[in-house]
Design a protein around this ligand. Structure first.
Ligand code: PLP
Ligand code: LYS
Length: 465
């Protein structure tokens, strides 16, 4: 692995999109290839060397994979505006990558907005979400010139209107609930009534929000928004959402004599976490939605609105691999085996929060010769291990029943793919373990994007010492 100085931006490699599996199985980045001695190369970077050089836990981000996925969206939906959902994973290098690939950015907090601004992301291509935007957040969005703001409750309609003027109006969308339940876990299903986001279509709240927004001369209502949920692999819910949103567009046209020019279907496209998992590709999403949108609009004699989408996970998740060092191996009297590693629920809370499943691979187990030939190699006998973290909770499990070498031992290195979304983004300071470092891999070069969090970072926030 060559060492290069850190760069502030990621430059574009020519990476073709290969939605099918890499040679090692579908959840891995397409660039993943086996290296010598049981190693794995991602973006041409040896994961074993990266772990040695930067320490563990470590997140290795395959820049080419993220770029290829961003490009696939633009190719599949050339007429649409694709906004990467920053909540999945954001740092300034990622904001640069998103900007360079011609995507917009969906942010949902002042923090994400400020980080995007610090990266120099064009404000006009930013869309701001939030079910509880503070007055300060709205003021910041206005000051920066954020392109679109998605209205999520009645109170923020006059609040935002007061910050804009008819000659410098704010473009807004109204977030509605089409009554479609989709997503990998109840906690992320946001397209239905009875949860905190958006305005219900069924109850008439959405129509009322549209009425109040149109009554504000300082707000320019450009469209409707919905976000059904996350990790959706079946395109059918999006078709239903299109039907219901187009019906609402037609009712708005009938009541107010305005045709809204934009329709935002949110994100939620599912990726593979386990070999053989289904995924919702940009092409499959496009095939399911664009013709349907045109047909429904034709039925209602509406001009086809511009489609906006907000994929997060589908761009970022498959791009990163998490690396952990095994610290302890325990075989219990009941016959269970645990591999305890140096990370856990503080860098990946998804298994604990949602019961999410991951696949795990051991790295660097070159075949060892014993009396009867090769014994205990990476390819040798396996047994199921629960890969557990180092936190003080029994629920701190990263993967259950992962088939790993039966002779797994402390010092072994484990790699977990599909780690690029909602892991570092949801990482916590639990047990003051510190959030892992993040390294970008491209063309055989690795460079540190975000350093490891240390106890000095925690101490630096204390003011009472
Ligand atoms: C409004 C909105 N847009 C986009 C996303 C991105 O979702 P995903 O990462 O599943 O594509 C989310 C999160 O689920 C969201 O809440
Ligand atoms: N954090 C969730 C996704 C939530 C998406 C935010 N709207 C997950 O890891 O699956």
């Amino acid at each position: 692995m060559r060492r290069v100085p850190a760069m502030t931006t990621l430059t574009a490699p020519p990476a073709p999109f290969r939605p099918a599996a890499g040679p090692l199985g579908s959840p891995w980045p397409a660039s993943a290839v086996p290296g010598p001695g049981g190693d794995l190369l991602v973006g041409g970077v040896s994961l074993r060397e990266a772990a040695e050089r930067f320490g563990t836990p470590l997140y290795v981000f395959d820049e080419g994979e993220a770029r290829a996925r961003a490009r696939a969206y633009r190719r599949a939906l050339p007429e649409a505006e694709v906004l990467y959902a920053a909540k999945a994973f954001l740092c300034t290098a990622m904001a640069d990558l998103v900007a360079e690939e011609g995507l917009g950015l969906d942010v949902c907090s002042a923090g994400e907005l400020r980080l995007a601004a610090a990266a120099g992301f064009p404000a006009g291509r930013i869309l701001l979400h939030g079910n509880a935007k503070s007055p300060d957040e709205l003021r910041l969005a206005r000051r920066l010139g954020v392109g679109r703001i998605v209205l999520d409750n009645l109170a923020e309609i006059p609040r935002l209107a007061a910050l804009a003027t008819p000659d410098r109006p704010q473009r807004v969308l109204v977030r509605v609930l089409p009554g479609v339940a989709a997503g990998h876990h109840a906690a992320v299903r946001t397209g239905v009534d009875g949860q905190k986001f958006g305005f219900s279509i069924a109850s008439g709240e959405a129509a009322e929000a549209v009425r109040r927004t149109l009554a504000q001369p300082a707000l320019r209502l450009v469209g409707l928004h919905c976000h059904l949920g996350s990790q959706i692999t079946d395109p059918a819910p999006y078709r239903t959402a299109v039907d219901r949103l187009v019906e609402l567009l037609a009712r708005i046209r009938d009541e107010h004599a305005v045709e809204l020019p934009e329709l935002d279907l949110g994100g939620g496209h599912g990726v593979r976490y386990l070999p053989g998992d289904p995924e919702l590709t940009p092409a499959a999403f496009a095939a399911a939605t664009t013709a349907r949108l045109a047909a429904r609009c034709a039925e209602h004699a509406l001009a086809v609105p511009k489609l906006l989408i907000e994929p997060g996970r589908a761009v970022a998740a498959p791009a990163a691999v998490a690396l952990y060092r095994v610290l302890a191996v325990k075989h219990t009297a009941e016959g269970r085996a645990f591999a305890a590693v140096d990370g856990g629920m503080s860098d990946n809370p998804r298994p604990a929060l949602y019961g999410s499943a991951y696949t795990v691979r051991v790295l660097g187990r070159a075949p060892r010769l014993g009396g009867g030939g090769v014994v205990g190699s990476g390819a040798g006998p396996t047994r199921p291990f629960d890969v557990v973290g180092c936190h003080c909770e029994a629920g701190d499990v990263l993967a259950r029943d992962a088939p790993l070498p039966a002779d797994l031992r402390p010092g072994d290195l484990l790699a977990v793919p599909a780690a690029g979304a909602y892991q570092l983004a949801m990482a916590s300071g639990y047990n003051l373990v510190g959030r892992p470092a993040l390294v970008a891999a491209r063309d055989g070069r690795a460079r540190l994007l975000v350093r490891r969090e240390t106890v000095d970072d925690f101490l630096a926030r204390e003011t009472g010492r």
